[in-house]
Design a protein around this ligand. Sequence first.
Ligand code: ADP
Ligand code: MG
Length: 722
Amino acid sequence: MSTPAKVTLGSPVTALYGIGPEAGKKLAKLEISTVFDLLTFIPRRYNDWSDISRIDMCEEGKDISFLGTVTSAPVKKGFKKQSPVSFYVSDGTGRIELSYFNAPYIMDKFMVGDKIFVHGTVTYFGTHAQIVNPFCEKASSTDELKLVRPVYHLTAGITSNMINKWAGTALKLVKDQLPDVIPPSLKERENLCGVYEAYQYVHFPDSIEQAAEGRRRIAYEELILLGIGMKYFMATGGPDEVAPVVVPPQGKLSAEAASRWKTVIGNLGFKLTGDQKKALADIQQDLMLSKPMNRLVQGDVGSGKTAVAILSMAMTAIMGKQSVLLAPTSVLAKQHYDSACALLKDSGVNVALLLGKTKASLKKEIKEQLREGEASVIIGTHAVLTDDVSFQDLSLVIADEQHRFGVKQREKLLISRDGSDGINSVHNLVMTATPIPRTLAMVIYGDMATSVIREKPAGRKEIKTHFLPYTEGDDIYNVLIAKLRKGEQAYIVCPRIDDDSEDVAPDEYYFDDLFGLEEGAPSAVSVKSMKKRLDDHGISAKYETAVLYGSMKETQKLEVMERFLSGEIKVLISTTVIEVGVNNPNATMMMIMNAERFGLSTLHQLRGRIGRGDKQSYCVLCSDNKTERALERMKLMCECSDGFELAGKDLELRGPGDFFGTRQHGIPTLRAANLFTDAPLAKTACDEVNKVFEQGGKDATDLMDNIGAMFRLRFADKMGTL
Ligand code: ADP
Ligand code: MG
């Protein structure tokens, strides 16, 4: 018999006892693929059951914890499959019935006389008190029990108990393999617990305070990994790296170049806003130097970042050099390609498009063009462009909407380029609509320069946002038809694909928080059911309607998108795949179903798909959810149209109590640290690490090794899936 392979932090979770391929797939949905992922999957909150009460203190609807004795054996009440299993428990002050649905194993689990601990919510039928599906464990005192129970983010088929149990198994196995990335000086000064304790505390705390202590240590770990890891293990620029000088110093253009540039500007069809001009000037300045540019262009949705990106590429092309624009989806790449072709018309610049679905023979031809320098403006999806592409004279790499992928792609692109001087680099530009605070950008991107586009193009009408307190009804169709009659187009966004599928992109924060659920929320409107409703309502007969979602075939997606952009399809029913970048100025209506399931920044991104032309646009948020928090967010969306302001509000609403969650658009998913509020800690922590590095010696190399190891596990290997 062979001995089982040793489980390490990098082992797949399926290497753990009890996690089969099915569970593995489900965990992958939660972004848990390795043992280390499981350990760093920190509970989003805790239930504190340590307030032990008595049965005679039961109150309808209230949670209760008590110790008692089983007084009747579990029996099935009724003959149906769904009939519950019930038994009675008493604690001397009273007697209460415990009922379990879908839990036949309870029959054999408890016997009369067993001492048990119970936690659950009390319900009354007349005067008869009962608890449905309580937590129950054999125990005669609370000493042996963990009464602070972690609650994790979940997906269908996975419970908090499962994750907790698995985390325990994992922790035992890798106990001695956890690299410590916290320098002793920092540990002492900030009074941090040990690395093993930290993980023990977050998954199996004795108290809420202890959980917080563990979390604090892990937050420091994450911040160090980001801050140091990005710099040392993903370095895209060092002091000795040089990039090609693209624009001649002093900006002197030849007459020929100047005339080509004039053609491009003439093709624009509008005047650049002041902020666009400023951003372009910043970029031009950077391209005059051999120091690699490292610039972030930040601008709210619809502010015209794409024009800036393509103009930078035009500039580079006219100077005889190549540039690449990386788009997160092929739909977006195709759209950029069309814009680039229009903008570069008659300017003598060749534009190339490279997508995953591009035929092999054509791909080969295009790659040849890139290698030979025949095409100088290249647009594609990151997956394709990092394959095995080489360039003749690549000088500029632009990542659009960087939040869908990470540094890693650009890194690969640099490695794959020809010109084997070794230290040659390229200029880097990142376009984002995420309002990243400066302190944070420093942590994630190092010394990145920023250009901000705040001004919106002239003539834009403010989008009017309305709230409808339902997701079904004639009003919805009437509002829609009113727009369609005018020849305008509409998006309808739904949180899931079909009625059997899970939500595609629920913003976990609100999702969990609003339903307080572990098991399933009331079901949301799906893309397919919405399509059917429009069909049944006779709308599809009059106006072409179509669906779009991520798992459709690439070619199909592109076709639908093309037909929507050309105006043939009037109503596009989709998931959040259209959230990023899509530009159809004739689309003036956006309906978002179950709007409460999305976070403010997602809603804002979605809304940014309309209001791109000079017509009045409307955003309609539909939601049956009447909780105060949901309503508050809907109100904010109706009142506020500024992305920066909304991002701030988003944080405020999440509140300081919610320090466990960090799912923020555009930023690597952190699990313990809150990137917005903890960013200042990052600097202190990284300074401390750098001090150790400066002192050198074994301490420094050990720390470096540990950080490298953990960084790879935690971020580097995941950059592609951000
Ligand atoms: P985003 O910043 O969201 O990427 P886009 O670059 O897609 O925005 O621009 C949104 C729309 O505004 C596009 O249709 C684009 O052609 C148009 N646009 C960009 N800049 C201007 C401008 N200065 N004046 C008028 N329209 C503009
Ligand atoms: Mg864009």
